[in-house]
Design a protein around this ligand. Structure first.
Ligand SMILES: Nc1ncnc2c1ncn2[C@@H]1O[C@H](COP(=O)(O)OP(=O)(O)O)[C@@H](O)[C@H]1O
Ligand SMILES: [Mg+2]
Length: 235
């Protein structure tokens, strides 16, 4: 069998030192297969964003191990040398706020990622337009960001996360600003992308509307993860 897309074991993260230390992760275990979309659910302050930031190589864990597609990227203080390349080429982020660049048009907001990865401007824009079309915002390709609705902006942000076809997408409350219908559309798109490209996707959420859509859920409480019993949830 192929390697899991994501494998985390015994991961801990301590912020600060001494009396001010906060143990945000106390031993997290998680496995996500290629093509799988898993939910990560937990109360505010339970460590969800910390876990995504560790996995996304935005912050460094304190101990434990993380591997992507069978390749160790972190192990008890050892880490891969080129974290920037790891973030750029292997991981797509979707946040609650779309964080689009207001002075670039929609196409260039997406094209900037392949451009940063060394793709020519023309090819990068072609790829961007293709991905925008796949997300049903192709007709907005030349619009300016402030002209878009919230739902459209979020779909552009997803196009940007997907355009380099990273094997992993990390989404931190991606549907929080959206109404029910838009939220479910975003989840449908993520599921389609997972199927189409074999992307492994972790969705942090406490959005009741989308929780039933996950086949597999990890709960996180006080820095520890628990896989929900009963593997197959929704059909
Ligand atoms: N940069 C930081 N410095 C110190 N403590 C932090 C920092 N970021 C988060 N924390 C603490 O770590 C814990 C987990 O936070 P976080 O991962 O943001 O939780 P969640 O995303 O589940 O709300 C909380 O107690 C939070 O206050
Ligand atoms: Mg958070």
């Amino acid at each position: 069998m192929a390697h899991p897309a994501i494998e985390i074991s015994g991961l801990t993260k301590r912020y600060g030192e001494g009396d001010a230390a906060v143990d945000a992760l106390k031993g997290v275990d998680m496995i996500v297969q290629p093509g799988e979309v898993v939910g990560l659910i937990g109360p505010s302050g339970s460590g969800k964003s910390t876990l995504l930031k560790c996995l996304g190589a935005v912050i460094e864990p304190s101990s434990g191990r993380m591997a992507l597609a069978g390749q160790t990227i972190y192990h008890n203080g050892w880490k891969v040398a080129d974290l920037r390349a790891l973030r750029r080429d292997r991981i797509g982020f979707v946040f609650q706020a779309p964080y689009l660049i207001p002075f670039l048009d929609v196409t260039d907001n997406v094209a900037v990622l392949p451009m940063l990865a060394g793709v020519s401007n023309g090819k990068a824009r072609d790829r961007a337009r293709e991905m925008l079309a796949a997300l049903d915002v192709g007709h907005r390709a030349q619009a300016q960001v402030p002209q878009l609705s919230g739902g459209e902006q979020q779909r552009v942000a997803i196009a940007r996360a997907l355009v380099n076809q990273p094997p992993i997408i990390l989404a931190d409350e991606p549907t929080a600003p959206l109404d029910s219908e838009r939220a479910l559309t975003v989840i449908r798109i993520l599921n389609e992308m997972a199927q189409r490209f074999g992307t492994a996707i972790i969705v942090v959420t406490h959005d009741e509307k989308i929780i039933p859509t996950f086949r597999r859920i990890y709960h996180i409480r006080d820095g520890r993860t628990y896989e929900e019993a009963g593997a197959a949830r929704a059909a």
